[in-house]
Design a protein around this ligand. Structure first.
Ligand SMILES: [Zn+2]
Length: 378
C-alpha cells in the first residue's frame, strides 16, 4: 500500500504503518501535551503504543487464522481505524473467509476480557468520547479501545472485517464477484451515512472514515473482479512480450545505455539458449555502477535466483507468486525453459487500472520468427 513505512517482520508478515496512523498518533500526542504537559504526553505516548500493540495482535489474529488454511500474509498495514492484513490469496470457501475475518476482532475480545476480568480494568465504553482524557485510567481506556476495535471492525462495510463477513455470507448464495459488488455497495452506502453524520455533528473523524471506507470499498470491488477474471486466464494473456534483454556477456555500462535508450526499467539477462539468468533492475544497475563501475559483468549485478512459471500457469497463481518478498518480476517460460515474456508488479498494477481491456486479446504466437519481440543486446 502506498503512503506506508515498514517496521519489521513478525511470523513472516511485514508490519507496515500507514502515514495516516501517524497523523492520528501525532494528534493524540499534541492534544495530551497542550492539556496536561509532559506527564500527560508520556501517558499519551505509552497509551498509543499499547493501542498500536492491540491493533498488531488483531491483524496477527487474521494472519494466524489464514495460515490454518495455508494462506500466507506477506504484509500487515496499520491504519487509524484498525489494520489491513494483505493475504497472499483469497480463501477459497466463504466459511474460511468468515473465520479469518472474525479472528481479528476475537483477539480484541480476548484482550478486553483479560484487561477487565484479570487486571480489573473498569468497563466503560463512554471514555472513548474523550480518549485524550487520561482521567479514567490507562487500563480502562485500553479496554474501551479494544471494545471499540471489535464494534468498529464488525460494521458491515469494506475494509472492515464485518464487510468481509457480509461478503462471505452473500457468497453462499451468489458468485463471489457479485457478492463482493453487493457488499461493496452496502459499504459505500454506509460510508455516505458516516459522512452525513460526521458533517451534521461536525465530527471530522467520521468524515475521514467515510472517505476512507468509500475508497477502500471501490478498490476491493475492482481488484476482486480482476482476480476472478485472472483465475480463468493464462499468464501469457497479461505478460510483457515486447522487451529488450541482455546477454550473459554484457556489462552494466551497456545495460545503462539500454536503460537510457528505452522506456524499460528492468532487463532480463538471457543465456545463449534464451534461458533467464536473472533480472537487472535500475536500482541494481545504479548500485553496481556506483560501487564497481561500468565494466562490471551484468551477471554479477543481477538477482541470481529469478522466479519463472510455465506459460500455461493461471494468471492469478502468477500474481500470487509475485506477492513473495523481493519478487517484483516473474519470468514466463515455454516447455524448453526459454523466456517468452515476463510479468512485473507494475504491469499487473496497470492491468488493474485498465481492467480487462489491457489483456492481450489472443494468446501470443509460439516463440520463433513470429513469436514475442525480444531484442537482444550482448
Ligand atoms: Zn480486522
Amino acid at each position: 500500500m502506498a503512503w506506508s513505512i515498514s517496521l519489521g517482520t513478525v511470523f513472516g508478515s511485514e508490519i507496515r504503518i500507514h502515514l495516516t496512523f501517524l497523523v492520528l498518533l501525532a494528534w493524540i500526542g499534541i492534544a495530551q501535551y497542550t492539556q496536561g504537559g509532559a506527564a500527560a504526553a508520556l501517558d499519551g505516548v505509552l497509551f498509543v503504543i499499547a493501542v498500536f500493540g492491540c491493533v498488531v495482535l488483531h491483524e496477527l489474529g487474521h494472519a494466524m487464522a489464514a495460515r490454518r488454511y495455508g494462506i500466507r500474509t506477506p504484509d500487515i498495514t496499520l491504519l487509524p481505524i484498525g489494520g489491513l492484513a494483505r493475504l497472499e490469496r483469497f480463501p477459497e470457501k466463504p466459511i474460511e473467509e468468515i473465520v479469518i475475518a472474525l479472528a481479528g476482532p476475537a483477539v480484541n475480545v480476548v484482550i478486553a476480557t483479560f484487561l477487565i476480568l484479570v487486571l480489573g480494568a473498569a468497563l466503560d465504553i463512554t471514555v472513548l468520547e474523550a480518549i485524550e482524557n487520561p482521567e479514567p485510567g490507562f487500563l480502562a481506556r485500553l479496554a474501551a479501545v479494544n471494545i471499540f476495535l471489535v464494534l468498529f471492525n464488525l460494521i458491515p462495510a469494506f475494509p472492515m472485517d464485518g464487510g468481509r463477513v457480509l461478503r462471505a455470507v452473500l457468497a453462499f448464495r451468489h458468485p463471489r464477484a457479485k457478492a463482493t459488488h453487493m457488499a461493496a455497495s452496502i459499504g459505500q452506502a454506509l460510508s455516505f451515512g458516516f459522512g452525513f453524520l460526521g458533517l451534521m455533528t461536525g465530527n471530522p473523524i467520521l468524515v475521514f472514515i467515510a472517505i476512507f471506507v468509500y475508497l477502500a470499498a471501490a478498490a476491493e470491488s475492482g481488484s476482486t473482479e480482476l482476480m476472478q477474471l485472472a483465475r480463468r486466464l493464462r499468464v501469457d494473456r497479461a505478460m510483457i512480450t515486447h522487451f529488450e534483454s541482455l546477454g550473459t556477456g554484457a556489462t552494466v555500462g551497456q545495460a545503462a545505455d539500454l536503460l537510457i535508450g528505452t522506456t524499460q526499467k528492468e532487463f532480463p539477462v538471457l543465456d545463449g539458449a534464451n534461458r533467464l539468468r536473472g533480472f537487472l533492475t535500475r536500482d541494481r544497475m545504479i548500485v553496481a555502477l556506483r560501487t564497481r563501475g561500468p565494466s562490471t559483468p551484468v551477471l554479477d549485478a543481477i538477482d541470481p535466483e529469478p522466479r519463472v512459471v510455465p506459460v500455461s500457469t493461471r494468471l492469478d497463481k502468477a500474481i500470487g507468486e509475485m506477492q513473495a518478498p523481493g519478487t517484483p518480476f516473474i519470468g514466463v517460460v515455454d516447455a524448453d525453459q526459454r523466456l517468452v515474456g515476463y510479468i512485473s508488479q507494475e504491469n499487473v498494477a496497470e492491468m488493474m487500472m485498465l481492467g480487462t481491456s489491457a489483456l492481450h486479446p489472443t494468446p501470443p504466437a509460439p516463440p520463433g520468427p513470429t513469436g514475442p519481440h525480444i531484442a537482444r543486446r550482448d
